[in-house]
Structures are given as C-alpha cells and as structure tokens.
Design a protein around this ligand. Sequence first.
Ligand code: SF4
Ligand code: SF4
Length: 488
Amino acid sequence: MNASIDPDEITERKPTKGEVPFYRENGQAVPRGIKGLFRNLKWWASGILLAWWHLGAFLRWDRGEGAPDQAILIDMAGRRAYFFNIEIWPQEVYYVTGLLLIAAISLFLMSALAGRIWCGFLCWQTVYTDLFQNIERWIIGERTARIKFQREPASAGKFVKQAMVVGSWAIISAACGIGVTLWFGDAFQMLGDIFTLNAPLAAYVFIGVIGGFCFLLGGFARERVCVYMCPYSRFQAAMFDEHSLIVSYEAWRGEPRAPAPKDRKFEGRGHCVDCKMCVQVCPTGVDIRFGNQLACIGCGLCIDACDQIMDKFGLPKGLISYDSAVNLTAREDGKPVPGIKPIRARTLLYGGLLAIVGGLMLTSLLTRSTTEVNVLHERAPLFVELSDGSVRNGYNYKVLNMVREDRSYVLKTEGLAGATLEMVGGASDVAELELPVEKDQVGNFRIFVNAPAESLAGRSNDLIFVLVEKGKDGKPIRSKTLFAGPDK
Ligand code: SF4
Ligand code: SF4
C-alpha cells in the first residue's frame, strides 16, 4: 500500500481535466490511502469496535446455577435481557427507553464537543465501509490502480481480483451477521450450531438479513448512506456552536490557490498547491475547500493528507484542521487563539441531562423490587351480590418473582372493613391468602374479594391489595384497584 505522498507527484501533477472524477454519479468515491494521526485513530476505533462486536458475546458472567453465564445476552425465548449483573424483564422495557435516551443525549454531547466524531470514527457504516475500501486497496491497489481497474475490459485476471474483493466482503458481512446473532443465545453453543447447520432457521435468516445489509451498505451504498440516507447528517449541525470542533479549510491562508511553485516560494499566493490530495483521500468525495458540508463525516483524513503536503513544502501544518470556528476566526484575524472550550451552556445542558437520566436509571436499578405485581379487575360480571348480602368482586392477581429461589407471599386487603379473600382452588373466607411463586416465574392467581354491603360507599369503591413476602420485613407492595358494588 502506497499511503505516503511523493512531492514530485504533486509538482508534476497534470491539470485535473479528464481525470476520472473522485465521485461519479453512478459509482463510488475511490479514496486514496493515507497515513497520519487521524488514520491511526480510525484504525484504533475500528479495531476496538469490531473486536467488541464480534467477541463481546463470548464474555462470561457467573449468575449462579440455572442462569445463563453470558455477560451480555438478549434471551428472546426466556424473555429476558442480561447485562452483567443486571437482569431486565419484559415488564421493565422502560430501561431500554432510558438507554436509548442516554445514547441520544451522548450523541448530542459528542457532537457539541467534537463535531461529527461519531460519523467519522464510531458509526458502523463508517467502520465497515472503511474496511471494505481498504480490502479493495490491499487486493487491487491504490486509488489510481483501482480507477484503472474499473476501466479495464473484462478479463480472467480482473474477474479473479473482483471475486477476491467481493468474497472478502461477503466473509466479513457473514461474520457481522453471526456476531450480532451470538448476542441472542449462548455464543459458544450457537457458534457450533451455526457451523454444523444445527441452528434454528431463524438464526440463518437473521444472519442473512444483517450480513446482507452489511454487504450492501458497506460494499456498494457506502458514502451514499451518509449523504442521502442517514437522518443524523441532516440535523447534526443544529447541535454545533462556534466552539464545536469541525474539520475546516483555512481559506484565508490557502487562497489564492495555485499549483506548487517549482522554486517552492509562496510569497504573494496561498499555501494550497491545489494537489487535491485532501479530496482524493476523502471517503465521501468531499472537497473541504468549498467549506463545511453535509457530506463531510469529520474523519480528518484530509487533515492527514494536507499536513503531509504542508510538511513537504516546509509550510506550517493545519491548512485543514480540526478546530472550532472561534479559533479559526481568531487565527484569520491574527488574534490570540482562545483554544478549546469544552465547558459551555450547550455542553452543560447535555451533560446535565445525561447525568439526570443516568442517575434516575441507576437509582431505579439499585432500588428496584425483586417482586412485581399486576392486578386486573374482572369485568364480567363487575360484581355479584351473594345470598348473605355481601358483594363479591373477582380479580386476576399476578406476582412476578424475579429471584432464583421459590418464595411465598402473604396477600391481604385494605380499604374495605370486613372484607375476606378467596382463591380459586385454595383457601376461602380468610383475611390473608398465602401465594407461593416458584423461582424466576410469574404466579397467576384468580382471587375473589367478598365485602359486607355496609362497607361499600356506592358503585365505585377503593380496594388496596397488600402483598408482603412471608417471614420477611420487606416493604409491602400496595396495589390500588376498583371494588364495584350496587347503587346506594
Ligand atoms: S488543501 Fe492541502 S491537500 Fe487540499 S489541495 Fe490544497 S494543499 Fe492539497
Ligand atoms: S472532508 Fe475531510 S474530514 Fe470530511 S469526510 Fe472528507 S476526508 Fe473526512
């Protein structure tokens, strides 16, 4: 891979007339390889994310006997999600809402601080597109070779290389699909099942869908996803302010641009030598010299390219830089550069929201009950008048035992003097009912409450079910519900 830039190539560069455009309407950007700080950051970010994506499901976490030992698991069959020592039941789907909120606010904060850092380094579309483009580079060659390759007539050699590229994309896409699937079952078991064709059909369909999207979006749609499909690129600018870091070209220093002078003297002209290296390395085909644009994902590769050019000509780096509008303006005006200002109203707002949502979720997780109750009043009939003059209402009472040991609960009522309880298939005419619930299960109980007519105020009365764990001093769970009666 030839990633460094030869200055002779720049000075001898012919005008770009007739050159294959860096972006073709019916094709893709053909970015040139580059080395530098931002390229290294991209490798590191991609490496960490891909490792996490593909290997994270193999992390283990001991939850005791009978419980899955996968650290992060979305158990669809068991209707449960596990995240280390946190276990989320379907009833607690609000935690997912909380996580989505945290993700959205983090994205806002990230954008306010460092522009499109998400798009340029962390987004899956960027990671896989970058990987696929580099595979093309490793197999076919640098940008010029790839453009030439595209123009070549069909041949056996071309077919073999193309097959190697597409085959590599397909293998990586399949690995992506498998990687995602492994989060939904025991990773070791599922991996074996997938390769021995013993996995359920749904797993292969899932791998096909995820892998297919990875293949199409990363291999073919590429920058079009960022430019035309992704909603975030449309509104991310709303989260920037004059202190947000963005990739910018210092036109005041670069213009008037002109081809590199043979004598390497830059008096009376701009520092931009119009080599278009910044454009050639750009994965979305942007010419940042036209100003900040929607298609710029903030990857910084044009900075690496331009810094190399500036170095070759002994000019100060930073003609293209990752800086705030305030700093850029100060430099242009020859004033002291104020520097990065991470603490400001916007970031404090996002940071505060993040702390509030995170704090609420943490408090809720730390104080959450291991028992949940659901009460449903029977509607048909709403009530029955018994021969002794009392009134009966029926209820479906559900107790969710969220721990891995059998538990017994005691249920009683409040609000209606003299009310008694009866359980279908159990005790009757008692003040307290005992409800056994197996470990990790939901106990379903059909219960009748009989109340003396004189304890009722009218058609609608308040009844409170009170549930406590037998023999424990825990906080009672109170559920207020309706007790219907005849008109008075
Ligand atoms: S901005 Fe830098 S990399 Fe881009 S054309 Fe000018 S000198 Fe070349
Ligand atoms: S213009 Fe520069 S920062 Fe923006 S996408 Fe292109 S290479 Fe990346």
